[in-house]
Structures are given as C-alpha cells and as structure tokens.
Design a protein around this ligand. Structure first.
Ligand SMILES: Nc1ncnc2c1ncn2[C@@H]1O[C@H](COP(=O)(O)OP(=O)(O)OP(=O)(O)O)[C@@H](O)[C@H]1O
Ligand SMILES: [Mg+2]
Length: 961
C-alpha cells in the first residue's frame, strides 16, 4: 500500500524500520519471525521452542508492535508525512513445522492460513484473535467481540475477538485460589513445624516446595502464608515470571515492597546482596519474616545466587525463605539447598483419591455442573491422576462449548511445554510408551526402540520418572511403569507424526500375530484398527488393507473367544468391529457373521441378529457355502421364537446336525443338537431329548462354548427328570454333571439342582432335596438372576407336595406365582397355577382350586395341558360339575399320551381315578386307572408317587382326593 506513495529508497527505509521493531517485539517474548512477505511479517510462537504460555506471549508481542508502530508513525509523519497502518491477526493451532531448530523454519497448516485471514480481516491498528487463542488468554486480555468471519472450508462462521489490551503479569487463564484446601494436612503440618523450628534456631531456614505444574504448590504456599501471618510473622511474597525479563531481582523487589528498594542495575552483586540482607535482618529483628518466592524455576541466576547467599549469611534472626518451584529448578541447580545448615525440601505428589474427589465435587458445584454424574467426576479424577489443576480445568471444560472437545488447551500447552524440554531420547521413549497405553513395560519399549535406538533405556526411564512424567507401578519398579496422568500420555501421543504413529501401531500389533498369537488380545486388535485408519488417512491403501486384515483376524478371534466364554457384550462389540473391517469377499466373513449372529441371538437382540443372519444367508446361497447357510437357517429359525412350529424346528435342527457332522463343526453341532434336544423336550419326547442333549453337551465341551454347555446341562436335568429314565439313573447322572462343573458355574448349577431335588423327592430323599434347593436359592440370590430366583420355588413346591406338606407347598407356590407374574413369565406361571390348584385340592379347598383354573391357557408343550386339564378335572369333579370334569380329563389324558413321560402320564391317570371316585363313576375303571398310574410311577422309580396311587387304590379317600 505504501509502495504507490513512496519512492523506493524511503520505502525501503520504512520497511526495514517496521520489520526491525516487529522482530524485536516477537523475539522479546520468545517467538521467532518466520518470514517477511512483502510488507507482512509472520511471527511464530511455540516453534521451534514450546512454552506453556505461547499464546499469551504472542498477544503481548502484538500489543507491543501496535504501540511501537504508533511511536514510529509520529516520527514518519514528521519526516515523510506518512502513516503506517498495522493490521494483526493471531491464531493458535496445530501446524506442521519443517526445518528444525534453525532460522529457515517453516510452519504451515490450517491454523496458519486462518491467522492470515484474521490479519486480512483486521482494520487499521486492529488485532483480531480467534477462539483457540482466546481460550488460552481469556482472563488477562481485554477484548470486544468482532463480527464472525466466513472462512473457506469452514461450514459455520468463525468467532473472532478484537483485542484492546493485555494486563501485565498474569496468567492467561487464572487459577482459582478460592476453594477450600482439600487434603495436604500432613504436608501443611510439616511446613508449619519447619517454620516453628526455624524460628527458634536463629538460622536462616531455606525451605523448598517442589512439584509438577498444577499440583498445588502455590495453593499450599498460600495456606502457609496465612498461617504465618496469623502467627504474627511478616510475610513477603514475590513471583518469577516466565517471559517478562525485567531486572534480575524483580521478584524480590516486588516482595520487599514496603521495606525499601533493591539497588538498581548499576550496583555490584556484593552491594545488592549486602543491601537485601540488611533489609531482611532489620525487618526480622522485630518479628519473624517469611519470604515466599514462587515459580523459582524461572528465576534469574542472580536471584538464585542471592537466595543461596541469604541462606548462608543471615544469622541471629528468624528468617525463613519459602522457595516454591517446579522440578525444573533442580535441573538448573542440581545442588540446590545442598550444604545448608538449616534447609528442607518437600515434593508434592498427587492429591489422594478422597480429597481429589471432594475437590471435583466442590468444583462441579460452583461451576454449575452440580448435576455432573458421580461416574463423570470419578473418571476426571482417575484420568488426571489427582492433579488439582487438571481436575479444575477438566471440570471447567465440561461446560466449554469450544468447537474441539477433548483435552482443555490450557492443559495441553502446559504438558506440551514440559515434553518439549525433554532430550531426544526421553521424548522418543515417552512417545513409544504413549503408543502402548497408560501402563507399559520396558521390554515392549525396547522392542519399539529398535526403529529409533535409545542409548540406555533404564536411565532414560529414570529421567522421565524424575521429571514426574511417569512412575513405577507397585513397590520399587516391578518393571511396569505408568504415566502420571492420562493427559501426559495424550499429549505425548499427539506429538508423534502420523506416519510414525501408524508404523508403531503396526509394529505393536504385529507382535501379537507372532509367537504369542494365542495371547492376542483386544488391545492388539485396536492397534491394527488405528493403524488401518492412519494409513488410510495417509493415502496408503495397501498398508491400510493389511492392517484391516490383522484387525479382523484378531478381533474375530478374541470376539469368538468372548462368545465361547459367554461374555456377550464383549463378543458383540468385538465381532461387530471385526465385521466392520471386512469386505464382501473376505474368507473370514461367514464365521464372523455366524458368531455375531449367535451372540446377538443369545442377547435377545432378535432384530439385529436377523439382519446379520440374513446377510449370511444371502451370501452363502450365492457362494454355495452349505455350512454357513446351515448356520444362518438355524439361527433364523430360532428367531421365529414360538412362531416356528416345533416340528419345523426339529426338522431344521436335525438336518443341520447332518451338515455339521460332515464338516466336523463342533460349535455348529453343539448348537443344532441343543436346538434338537429343546424341540424334542417341547414336544414332550424327553427320552430322545436326553440323547440329543448328551451329544450337544459333548460337542459343546469340545468346542469350548459356554452358552451351549449351559443350555445342554439345564435341558438334560429337566428331560431326565420328566423322561423315562429311572429316577436313580437320573439322580446319578445329575450328580455326575454337577461334579464335573468347574467352580463359579452358578447358573448351571442352579438349573441342574431344581430337577435333581424333585428326583430325590421321588426317591423319598426329601431332606437331601430340600438342602440342595436351599443352597441353590442362595446361589441364585448371589447371582441376582430374577428368572432363576423365580423358578426355583416351583421345584420346592413339587418337593413339598410329594412329601405331603401341603400348607408349606401352598405358601411356596403362591410366592412363586407372584414372582413369575412380576417378571412376566406366563409359561412357568401356568405350571405353577396347576400345581397350586392340586395343593388346594389336597387341602380340601376345591372351589378355590376351580376358580384358579377358570380360563385354560393355550399352546405350550404337552406337559402343561396335561397338568392343567387334569387338575381342573379334579376340581370340577369335586365341585359337582361332572360334565366339565369328563371333558377335561380326556384332554389331560390325550396331552399326556403325546409325551413319553411316565410321570406326566401317571399324574393324568391318577387324576382320572380321582375324577371317577369323586363323581361316583365305575369303581373298576377307577381302580384300573390308579393301577396304571402306579405302574408308571414304579417304572420311573417314583416311590412318593407310588404311595399316592396306593392310597387311592386303598380307597383311602380324604386328602388323597
Ligand atoms: N489441595 C488443594 N485443594 C483445593 N484446591 C487446590 C489444591 N491444590 C491445588 N488446588 C487448586 O488447583 C489449582 C492448581 O494449583 P496451584 O496453582 O497451586 O498449582 P502449582 O503447583 O502452583 O502449579 P504451577 O507449577 O503451574 O504454578 C489452583 O486453582 C488451586 O487452587
Ligand atoms: Mg504455582
């Protein structure tokens, strides 16, 4: 703009003057001038050297440039009659920096382009800043909102602020010192005791309080100051500043304030030391003096020398120097406080869980997040590793509606600056560790280090530990380390170049496919997944595909293992992820679909299961994969749940058994045989059900699948109880099965126990049965499974009835009925109702029983109508409705005849005898029915049943009716 109005020579002069003043301002605050383009100057902060407060430095530099230009203008106006108009744009963000730590460094990226756009949009003498910068300096700048800018490639207008001023000597984002002190009781007591001891010793006491950024040094120092003041001491405070390079002793000048002036720059060191010592000694003559200097890691060497000198030289008064600093102080002065007569150092570590959580709760309350869930606050505490500053800022960011969620930028910059000061090896190792996880082992790091060799891993780890970035897990280095907090790991991870990250993820994941492939876990799968994504972003599709294949393989394997264990939610997640990485013609696809389909089926997610299985069906029909198709058909048949007729289910299951036998597919066999067994059971064919279920169990054990094993075991006990197998044989087999269960198979144990207890009752071993049931109830209670808890009393009811304890049976069954209604299990409720009615009949309450059985249920396996109609027939017969009783008993006998169950048939026959006796039917017929019943009970070995039949045969009416 100037070029049109000025001759070349003066123009060059003006440009040079401007560029010089701009460079001076930028460099004064620790930035660098990257380039001059025409009349534009581009300054960069944070590269090549990163500071936690680069945004604030930049804002200071900008304001200073504006002031300097105004001064220059006064000169130019007089000499040349012109005015320079400066427009400044500031932005913060991730950039790509190339060229290393030299003058030719180049930065580029979206953040740079956006800064340029801000600059172009600024008016004369205006400074525009974007939100990422604003977030980092908001508490120390004066701004007014400017109209949002439309930027290329951004969907919404970008918010900007016009910077009007910046206040001196403050943090960009203030720390809140207004919260009560949580925890730290021991540390505080320790510091106060040190003060008390020093007061009496007559020596100058050098007390150093160290700790990582944000750990609460300044907050604790504040507490010490207040306590000292209460004690009547004179407290003097000052703080060092990271970039305002004033005078060497600036912080001390600030602290001594009222006492007098520290000699100016021209004074010799000796003069300064002498004057300061004199001032302090005379102040301390009247009362104790506590001199607190904060942030000494930024102190000038001269100031540190002076403190060192004071500690040695002051005698005979009560003076304590409380030096507060980050651990970096020890890098600058490894011998700090060494050789002093009276000195102490304490290092603050993280807040303990309890106080940290209290702090989090309090902060959530005062920042308007009182409604934040306990789990959220606990997570905050866990990820911050108990660093109060991080807790504070994570909680504040719950509210921040900044466009990029994630780590608050204040934390990000703080940590990034710490990592930036590490040596190359330490940075490399930390980066590798960040790839591995919150915890990591040196062996893996050594392996990763092969790409970028690190001289001596143990000493590097020790260095990182000393810098409070990592810590050993457990007592004295059992080998494993962890990050002090998750944020450190996040920043270390983000600091690695994408291509390098991809390569490392790949290397970690590849290990999992090597020797210890069987131990491959979800973590390895995740590494593959991330590597795949990174390679895709990097435009390397071949690599990405190789990674996806690895992810599929591992996640599929781990997912199938989870399914086999019965860990359904893990299985669903893992298998879904494995499938997501598949393309339509991957060989693994069918097996993954089978596994996911079954995981979804077992979780009761019929709709999702159906869509997966339909996909499998379509594909297998196209490819002619009979085995996969069979899995799909079988799975889909199970979804029909109730809609598919039992015969169809059985037919499908049996055909599947043939296919899976041919393919040696044990998993498929276990499932199809289980289905066949369950279908037979539903059809009342318990003998063949037992055979199918025994085979299913065998296959399930071979395939190692928990769900099918449990299903087969539960079904077996049920079918052995109801079926033709003798009670003694059934008891023996149930006990054998129970004995073969590993510990902790609670549900299966309970499922076997119910039928076993009734079998024992049949053998009149009532007490054993009752004891087993009580134990099972405890287990069910422990597991907290409502279905199991509700069904167990049905067995107890049966046992009590067989024992002849009708009153107890009534109580138990009424309770069971209520519970079953509550959980909505109508099918089990039907059985419970029929049983209860029988109990009421033995108690002579026929009307009640009849009322209970008023509406007949529909459907169900034959065992249910047999029991229900039989009971109803008896109730009607006893209440004088002979015709209904006659039809009902026919229905009962028909249903019972469709089963192979001696017990069900015997009950129906006995019911017939009871009806005939009650309605005055032919006595011969009644006796025949009772005899037939007795024979069946005898076949089964049901001694209790035999006794009941005998009672009727004896004409021993009463309760038997
Ligand atoms: N024990 C505590 N109870 C309550 N709040 C605390 C506690 N410790 C620290 N805080 C709060 O956490 C924030 C960080 O603490 P502080 O500023 O004292 O850290 P610092 O160690 O001095 O960090 P830096 O090295 O960056 O100066 C502050 O807002 C402070 O009030
Ligand atoms: Mg501090």
């Amino acid at each position: 703009l100037l070029g049109e109005r000025l001759d070349p020579e003066p123009l060059r002069y003006v440009m040079i003057r401007y560029q010089e003043l701009a460079r001076a301002a930028v460099e004064r605050y620790g930035g660098s001038v990257e380039k001059f383009i025409g009349d534009a100057v581009m300054g960069v902060f944070g590269a090549p050297t990163l500071h936690e407060d680069d945004a604030l430095r930049c804002v200071h530099a900008a304001v200073e440039i504006r002031a300097a230009v105004a001064r220059l203008n006064a000169e130019l106006r007089a000499a040349l009659g012109i005015d320079l108009r400066v427009r400044i744009g500031i932005n913060t963000g991730e950039v790509v920096a190339a060229g290393g730590r030299t003058d030719q460094m180049l930065v580029s990226g979206d953040a740079v382009n956006t800064a340029a756009r801000f600059q172009q949009a600024a008016g004369p003498s205006e400074i525009l800043i974007g939100w990422p910068t604003h977030a980092l300096v908001r508490d120390t700048v004066d701004v007014e909102p400017a109209p949002p800018l439309e930027l290329k490639g951004k969907s919404a207008p970008v918010p900007v602020w016009r910077l009007t001023g910046v206040r001196q000597g403050m943090r960009g984002v203030e720390r809140r010192m207004d919260r009560p002190l949580f925890g730290r009781a021991d540390e505080l007591a320790h510091l106060l005791t040190a003060l008390a001891v020093a007061r009496r010793s007559g020596l100058c006491h050098l007390l150093t309080l160290l700790g990582e950024p944000g750990i609460g040094k300044s907050r604790l120092a504040l507490e010490v100051r207040m306590a000292a003041e209460r004690d009547g001491a004179l407290v003097l405070t000052g703080a060092c500043h990271p970039f305002q390079r004033g005078d060497t002793y600036e912080p001390l000048t600030q602290a001594l304030g009222g006492l007098g002036a520290v000699p100016s720059l021209e004074a010799t060191t000796e003069e300064v030391f002498w004057t300061v010592r004199k001032m302090l000694v005379s102040a301390a003559a009247d009362c104790g003096v506590l001199l607190v200097l904060d942030d000494l890691q930024w102190a000038s060497p001269g100031l540190l020398d002076l403190l060192d000198h004071l500690a040695d030289a002051v005698r005979g008064v009560s003076l304590t120097l409380l030096c507060v600093a980050r651990l970096d102080l020890l890098d600058r002065r490894p011998g700090w406080a060494g050789g002093k007569l009276s000195a102490g150092t304490i290092v603050l570590s993280a807040l303990e869980q309890g106080p940290a959580l209290e702090l989090a709760h309090g902060l959530a309350e005062v920042t308007g997040h009182g409604d934040a869930a306990e789990t959220v606050l606990r997570r905050v505490v866990a990820t911050t590793g108990g660093n109060p500053l991080f807790i504070e800022q994570m909680i504040a960011s719950l509210r921040d509606d900044t466009p990029t969620p994630g780590l608050p930028s204040t934390i990000q910059t703080l940590i990034a600056a710490r990592l930036d000061r590490l040596d190359r090896d330490a940075r490399t190792v930390l980066g590798h560790a960040a790839m591995v996880g919150d915890e990591f082992e040196p062996e893996l790091l050594a392996e990763l280090g092969k790409a970028e060799p690190v001289a001596d891993l143990p000493t590097v780890l020790a260095r990182l530990e000393r810098r409070w970035l990592i810590e050993a897990v457990g007592p004295q280095a059992a080998g494993t380390f962890r990050f002090r907090n998750t944020q450190i790991r996040e920043v270390a991870y983000a600091g690695l170049a994408k291509a390098y990250r991809a390569e490392l993820h790949e290397r970690i994941a590849d290990r999992a496919t090597g020797d210890d492939a069987l131990a491959a876990d979800e973590g390895a799968g995740r590494h593959f997944e991330i590597a795949a994504r990174l390679y895709t972003e990097l435009g390397r599709p071949d690599h990405a595909e190789r990674m996806r294949a690895g992810a599929r393989r591992i996640l599929g394997r781990v997912g199938s293992r989870a399914l086999a264990r019965g860990d359904l939610s893990a299985a669903r997640d893992l298998l879904r992820r494995a499938l997501d990485g598949c393309s339509p013609d991957d060989a693994e696809l069918p097996d993954l679909q089978v596994a996911l389909g079954n995981a979804l089926l077992a979780s009761g997610r019929a709709e999702e299961a159906s869509s997966v299985l339909r996909g499998l069906l379509d594909r297998s029909e196209r490819t002619g994969d009979v085995r996969a198709k069979t899995h799909a058909v079988l799975g889909l048949a199970r979804i029909g749940d109730g809609a598919t007729p039992v015969e169809d289910l059985l037919d499908r299951a049996e055909r599947a058994v043939v296919v899976f036998t041919e393919h040696h597919d044990h998993d498929g066999l276990a499932r199809s045989l289980l289905l066949a067994g369950q279908a037979r059971q539903a059809a009342g064919q318990y003998g063949s059900a037992v055979r199918a279920l025994e085979r299913s169990l065998e296959s399930a054990l071979r395939a190692g699948t928990a769900l099918e094993t449990a299903g087969a075991l539960g079904g077996l006990a049920m079918s052995m109880w109801l079926g033709p197998m003798s009670a003694d044989a059934a008891i023996a087999r149930c006990e054998e099965l129970l004995g073969s269960l590993p510990n902790g198979k609670g549900l299966v144990e309970v499922a076997i126990t119910g039928p076993l207890a009734v079998l024992l009752a049949m053998r009149e071993r009532f007490d054993e049965g009752a004891a087993l049931l009580r134990r099972a109830e405890d287990v069910a209670e422990d597991i907290g499974h409502p279905y199991v808890t509700a069904t167990l009393p049905l067995f107890t009811g049966r046992l009590l009835s067989l024992r002849g304890d009708a009153a107890a049976a009534e109580r138990t069954l009424r309770g069971a009925l209520a519970a079953l209604t509550r959980i909505g299990d109508s099918s089990a409720a039907v059985g419970a109702t029929a049983d209860l009615a029988r109990v009421l009949l033995t108690l002579g309450r026929a009307e009640e029983a009849a009322a209970l059985l008023a509406d007949s249920p529909v459907g169900g396996s034959p065992s249910q109508p047999a029991g229900w109609h039989g009971a109803r027939a008896c109730a009607c017969a006893r209440t004088g409705r002979t015709d209904v009783a006659t039809t009902e008993i026919e229905l009962a006998l028909q249903a019972a005849g469709r089963t192979d169950s001696p017990d069900i048939q015997a009950t129906a026959l006995l019911d017939k005898a009871r009806v005939l006796v009650a309605t005055g039917g032919p006595a011969v017929e009644a006796a025949q029915a009772a005899q037939a019943a007795e024979q069946r009970y005898r076949d089964k070995g049901n001694a209790a049943g035999v006794a009941q039949a005998a009672k009727i045969l004896r004409g021993d009416g009463g309760s038997a009716l």
